[in-house]
Design a protein around this ligand. Structure first.
Ligand code: NAD
Length: 418
């Protein structure tokens, strides 16, 4: 199937094939489990601020429909392709199944550089993209959410465009909205808060003392920023942080609140006075207890995996570790990996809570949200750890096995139509 050909989709398929062999999934089921159920490509013509017209391209991929509506973020990035979106949709499927959520995976994206677009241009892209995918989404069909390059404002425009089309407000069509429009308390913080919780939990398992630990975080957006905050709350010192423009280091610990203020005014961690500048490559190789890649795919590779100097690799981003690097880390045996589909599941768990609250028009307190979030993450973490120990397999293999086998069982139970 060449349609989805892309290094990230190949990577997701490779992981799936290994697990399918391990679970002895019959050949007849493999393509049904692997390939997206539906994929939509749309052209998005908009007026630029200078009056010219330009066409952008967008995608929405729904991976499987077996367990309920589909769910997944919308990414705005120059490298977005249908293959990358398909890989992210597949991972969403295994992630939702691992967490026990009643969803199939989906993902969307627009190939654009949000850093080079004005707010008005982003609004036009978002509204036109939403308009084009209206027949494809809905509270019972497919529910988008924020991902890289999108945020609460993007979701507000999507919800408004969909609601104008239907003639009444439909808050349940997207999650990650502003709280004022039916968003959930704790959704913005959910992914990073979950990453922090699972790091703390892993330190417990590994007998590590958080108050003596250091962490390095790649990416300072929604996931990386909240993860850094959350780690400091557990007493962990964050010594290295990067974003698209640069990387910084301070062996005494970076003041996260001061860094946030610096980013609010300069839009980058670069030039932060409370730390020294280092290169992106150096950041990943800093000696630390926890390395949390919270930006892009394919950051931990065969080149740098042998040289990582961390005890825990916490994958806040989706797909940050290549299969080649995975083999190296397994052989090394000294790095405890919290795999992406477990590590960053907090986002989709609280998106699920937001959807449930919207459908019921009955809203929860932030502590209710956080308590329920940690309970679900605790269950997924314990099941993954137990399976990993019982079968002597990696944490990634265990997490994928749990997710994939649940979707496989559901497909068997439902049978094949007609
Ligand atoms: P974001 O757009 O809010 O932030 C991305 C950050 O990564 C920015 O600070 C950006 O400057 C930085 N970055 C980009 N390229 C970089 C590079 N080459 N080196 C270092 N930093 C770089 O995006 P986000 O929502 O935080 O998403 C980050 C990752 O987490 C993605 O893989 C996404 O799929 C995943 N994720 C996000 C959520 C969510 O709820 N937002 C949930 C689950 C997983």
């Amino acid at each position: 199937m060449d349609l989805y050909r892309h290094p990230v989709f190949d990577m997701a398929c490779h992981q799936f094939d290994l697990v399918a062999d391990h679970l002895e999934i019959p050949t007849a089921f493999r393509d049904r489990l692997k390939y997206p159920k539906r994929a939509l490509t749309v052209a998005i013509p908009i007026h630029r601020d200078d009056g010219s017209a330009e066409v952008f391209f967008g995608y929405r991929v729904q991976h499987h429909l077996t367990l309920g509506p589909t769910k997944g973020g919308v990414r705005y990035h120059p490298d977005v392709t249908v293959g990358e979106v398909a890989a992210l949709a597949m991972w969403m499927s295994w992630k939702c199944a691992l967490a026990g959520l009643p969803y199939g995976g989906a993902k969307g994206g627009v190939t654009c550089d949000p850093r080079k677009l004005s707010t008005k241009e982003l609004e036009r892209i978002t509204r036109r993209y939403t308009q084009e995918i209206i027949p494809f989404i809905g509270p019972q069909v497919d529910i988008p959410a924020p991902d890289m390059g999108t945020n609460e404002q993007t979701m507000a425009w999507m919800m408004d465009t969909y609601s104008v089309h239907t003639g009444y407000s439909v808050p349940g069509v997207v999650t990650g909205k502003p709280v004022n429009l039916g968003g959930s308390l704790g959704r913005r913080e959910a992914t990073g808060r979950g990453v922090g919780y699972l790091i703390n939990r892993s330190m417990d398992v590994l007998n590590m003392d958080p108050t003596k630990a250091t962490a390095v975080v790649q990416g300072f957006g929604n996931v990386g920023g909240v993860t850094a905050h959350s780690l400091t709350r557990y007493g962990i010192k964050v010594t290295g942080i990067s974003d698209f423009d640069g990387a910084i280091f301070n062996s005494k610990g970076i003041d996260i609140a001061a860094l946030e203020q610096h980013v609010a005014t300069t839009r980058s961690v670069k030039g932060f006075p409370g730390a020294e500048a280092i290169s992106h490559a150096e950041l990943l190789l800093l000696p630390c207890d926890i390395l949390a890649p919270c930006a892009l795919e394919r950051q931990i590779t065969a080149d740098n995996a042998p040289h990582l100097k961390c005890r825990i690799l916490a994958e806040g981003a989706n797909g940050p570790t290549t299969p080649e690097a995975d083999v190296i880390l397994e052989r090394r045996g000294d790095v405890f990996v919290i795999p992406d589909i477990l590590c960053n599941a907090g986002g989709v768990v609280v998106s699920y809570f937001e959807w449930v609250q919207d459908l019921q028009s009955f809203f929860w307190t932030e502590s209710e949200v956080t308590d329920k979030l940690f309970r679900i993450l605790e269950g997924a973490f314990t099941q993954t750890l137990n399976l990993s120990r019982k079968r002597a397999i990696s944490m990634r293999f265990a997490a994928l096995s749990l997710g994939i086998s649940r979707v496989f069982e559901a497909k068997k139970q439902r049978g094949l139509f007609p």
